[in-house]
Design a protein around this ligand. Structure first.
Ligand code: ADP
Ligand code: ASP
Ligand code: MG
Length: 411
């Protein structure tokens, strides 16, 4: 008999009918003899609706109160799913994060899980009950309700699976696995049978929202077998695996990730002296703003140009700081641009292949897409381009790296 943690995302519990369907599915697993812990998200659109309400009162809602409110979305779905199970003769019990005691730090809206008390859940499983846990939420030492960041129910699922030493954590969603890229953008994207933790971590951190990055970190750290599956279609889904060899379905690139969440800032005509980068980025990091990509140009006239990217939410704040810095250090100007997007190719196969980056640049050049910034690591290459070319770039790269699914007959 296996212990399985199953997480169902927002669209999978988006209507009462779907919740009934999820209950049918869970019932089947239960009848096959498995112990089941179910984690659910809020009904699709609900978290956004709640945040919208808060913003009508305050442009920047107080984080503690925002968490009290957005955590209600998941509280509704755990109760509805438990009812749907009980109606079907399946004993079930719902728990909020607080009731389980999913202890987190106090970083409201982006809290981290510190520990999980599994005593209640184990007792319920032993008594033959299905346990339904609210995703995305926890409680801090002081008893304040916290939330784990957007997409955080994935992390609840994996963390519970780790705490319970579950045989598998199954993430049920509206796609039948992890694809070479977002299938909504590239219809020719292919489902991967397997992907390594390392690659999935890069994909998630570079913008693929199919799994929250922290859930992948957790799964890697505690070696939780993790699978992404379609909620209502049969299929093997995608296994996230530690085994590099086995996941090598194609030699070089496993996937393409992208995001529109960043903005670019440039300071020009900076006197080129030692410590320049620190003078520019010191005040940015002092304001708790995270910097992603950085480029410093070679100077001709003892001045230099310096460009970096930050999250769009931090853009205005960062630009103000940079303008101040420009005045302080005698730079010519500070400017910014939010019309950018980052496209990344990811694959462990890059380690053993030369020329991957240039093949990427060639594909973009063929589409006359200008590259504004580049950054690389062992298993990824990222470029910043103008936002309007994002979809074109992703499609071109998908084809250039031979990721397109073969056309079906008749197409
Ligand atoms: P849920 O509500 O179930 O958590 P999400 O919307 O968070 O679902 O994640 C699923 C979505 O992730 C898919 O509908 C798809 O558009 C998007 N996505 C982005 N990148 C990928 C990828 N590489 N593979 C599969 N889905 C992806
Ligand atoms: N409901 C939360 C969100 O929309 C958490 C989740 O769905 O994973 O971000
Ligand atoms: Mg999600």
């Amino acid at each position: 008999m296996a212990l399985i943690v199953q997480k169902f995302g927002g669209t999978s519990v988006g209507t009462v009918e779907r919740i009934e369907q999820v209950a049918e599915k869970v019932k089947k697993f239960r009848e096959a003899g498995d112990d089941i812990v179910v984690v659910v998200s809020a009904m699709s659109g609900e978290t956004n609706r709640l945040i919208g309400l808060a913003k009508q009162i305050m442009e920047q809602p107080v984080p503690r109160e925002l968490d009290v409110m957005v955590s209600t979305g998941e509280q509704v779905t755990i109760a509805l799913l438990s009812m749907a199970l009980i109606k079907r003769g399946v004993p079930a019990v719902s728990y909020t994060g607080n009731q389980v005691r999913i202890l987190t730090d106090s970083a409201h809206t982006k809290a981290r899980i510190l520990s999980i008390d599994d005593a209640n859940i184990r007792a319920d499983l032993k008594a033959g009950r299905v346990v339904v846990v609210a995703g995305f939420q926890g409680v801090d030492e002081q008893g304040n309700i916290t939330t784990l960041g957007r997409g955080g129910s994935d992390t609840t699922g994996v963390a519970l699976a780790a705490a319970l030493k579950a045989d598998e954590c199954q993430i049920y969603t509206d796609v039948d696995g992890v694809y070479t890229t977002d299938p909504r953008v590239v219809p020719q994207a292919r489902r991967l049978n397997k992907i390594t933790f390392e690659e999935m971590l890069e994909m998630a951190s570079l913008g693929s929202k199919v799994l929250q990055i922290r859930s992948v970190e957790f799964a890697g750290k505690y070696n939780v077998p993790l699978r992404v599956l379609h909620s209502f279609q049969e299929g093997p889904g995608t296994l996230i695996t530690l085994d590099e060899e086995e996941s090598m379905e194609q030699p070089i690139i496993s996937g393409i990730a992208f995001n529109r969440d960043e903005a670019k800032l440039t300071i020009r005509g900076v006197p080129d002296t030692p410590g320049v980068a620190f003078k520019i980025l010191g005040p940015i990091s002092a304001a708790n703003i995270e910097v992603d990509m950085i480029v410093q140009n070679v100077s001709h006239d003892n001045t230099t140009d310096f460009t970096f990217t930050v999250h769009r939410n931090d853009y205005l704040n960062a630009l103000e700081i940079l303008k101040q810095t420009a005045a302080n250090i005698g730079a010519r100007e500070a400017t910014g641009d939010t019309n950018i997007a980052k496209v990344s190719i990811v694959g462990v196969g890059m380690r053993s292949h030369a020329g991957v980056a240039s093949r990427m640049f060639e594909a973009l050049a063929k589409e006359t897409i200008n590259i504004q910034m580049i950054s690389t690591s062992e298993i990824k290459v990222s470029v910043v381009i103008e936002e309007k070319y994002l979809e074109l770039a992703v499609r071109a790269l998908h084809t250039a790296f031979e990721l397109d699914a073969p056309a079906r007959q008749g197409e």
